[in-house]
Design a protein around this ligand. Sequence first.
Ligand code: ZN
Length: 626
Amino acid sequence: MIALLSPKYVVFALLAMSACATSVLAQEVSMPAMTLLVDETQAARRISFVREEIRVQPGALALAYPRWIPGEHGPTGPIEQFAALRIRSGNLTLPWTRDPDDIYTIHVEVPAGTNTLTVDFDALLENTISDHQVLLAWNTVVLYPRDIDKRTLMIEPSILLPPNWKQGSSLHVANQTGTRVKFAPVSLERLIDSPVLAGEFFRAMPLTSNWPAELDLTGDSQAAVDKADDAHAAALFGKLVDQDRAMFGFRHWQTLHLLVSQSEAVPFDGLEHEDSPYDAIGDAGLAKKDQLEKYGWPLLAHEQSHSWDGKYRRPAELYSKPNYQGPERTTLLWVYEGLNEYIGMLLATRSGFNDAAYMRDYLGVAAAGFAHEPGRASTALVDTATENWVLRSVTGGWRSLRRSQDYYDEGALIWLRADTIIREQSQGRRSLDDFLRTFFGQRDTEPIVVPYTREDVEAALSAICPFDWHTFFETRVYQVNDKPPTDGLEAAGWRLVYNATPNNEPFFGQATTAPDLYASHSIGIDVKKDGTIADVLPGTPAYDAGLGPQMTILAVDGRVYSADALNESIAHPRNGKISLIVRNFDSVESREIQYAGGVRYPHLERIPGTHDYLSEILEPQTYKEH
Ligand SMILES: [Zn+2]
């Protein structure tokens, strides 16, 4: 039987209004201007119910649903999941309208004599991980007075969980009755930066580290949380936090809550938060050594080091608005994400999630991708940061002409070059770690945001190592530069080579959408399991043969398509040719690839007689007092 669901909860007494508070630090403003209760008891059905009580004054009021989401770097607030809005003053239901110029804004006229509005709405589909777990991202369940300062609008949040569920977050629990958890008031900014991970199967694991930290994890079965430490994940996370300490020296939280969900329903996801980074990995992923290796740097190390690079320190242009309606500028993502990609590589390897050989393999693949990317002849790297959120969702092919979110991995290679410059110029006395400590560590603080500009980055680097950093970044990031960014690898003692040994690919991503066969460095295509061409690289034999993305290979040299059949033909082409039958829309056509180079995969190889900086960079570090 399906019943019409409605929220059932007690309305909180309102304490006071603080929307006009002038303090910069949210902690100094203690009285909530609104309460927010999220009923997650039906989370397994992919729906939650929200009730807010908002202190208001009579007259026109604009309420806003968050549009520009921190960490997503774009106008990605899921407005399509915001539904069934009802606004009341006492028993009086008020009419509302959506702003035709900004669909994230709701207008309502507050009647005379009204000082509190009750706002109910439903949040559809968004936060459910599986029938056993939910990740409550508060930006999906809040409608707030638009003309406020996110740092000073105080909110008293609560959550109602299904029976027997438990939760973890960096929010302070004020009191709990059954599965109704009331949190201490926080600013809107801190609320949106403090998701709640909850589940039927929940476990909090304190880490053995020199800084206070714990893993808050969920799974789809009791076994998944019981055996979460079978591959010694807790020890790895503890070493990770110790490597954070060795790198940054200072922290911006009291306790770090590492939120990790384990489910095949969401096998790869993550979002940074200043003291509660979130990662999603596959079912019982923490118990699997290969999963810890595969997700160590692109996810587990990466999201948590954003606490320093991205959260505590944030580009001023990405933190320019008092609310979440944007627009914000994203050109400095080559620092926020690109440097953090590099930091994640270092931390994941230094703490032992993966070994140096694994990291070198990835660096080879990344560098090879940029070495054969025709789009770089027309488009500067910074442009990929400027339009980042558009590039995030693009599929379908011709990636190398459009360029991708290159500010991540090309950014990492540029920061590797910066690291080797500091090491070379200082005869090994200094490294990029010194910059990381002064720029991102600074001093111990509460979770706050300290904005920076490009000039601040260059000045801080110059203070560690006098160098023309402005020209360094100008030529690599801001100007069109079709030279592959491999000089950092070479300065670190390694060069890009190609041989017949397959890579560890795919390093990350969902197995269902990732290509099954990577032949982009031989004939110039990647192919999915069913023979569909995922992408074609211009200027390669496959391109010259007239192939395009989304064509499907039906046969290879007279055999039904399989990855093995195509690989065999690439390895041993007959008379320098590979014959294909492909389907394109409703046509079936023959294609002939002229190729005799054998299978080729990118790898790194030591440059004899040079200093091996890369191995030093990836070595575990020891915390030093400064
Ligand atoms: Zn990131």
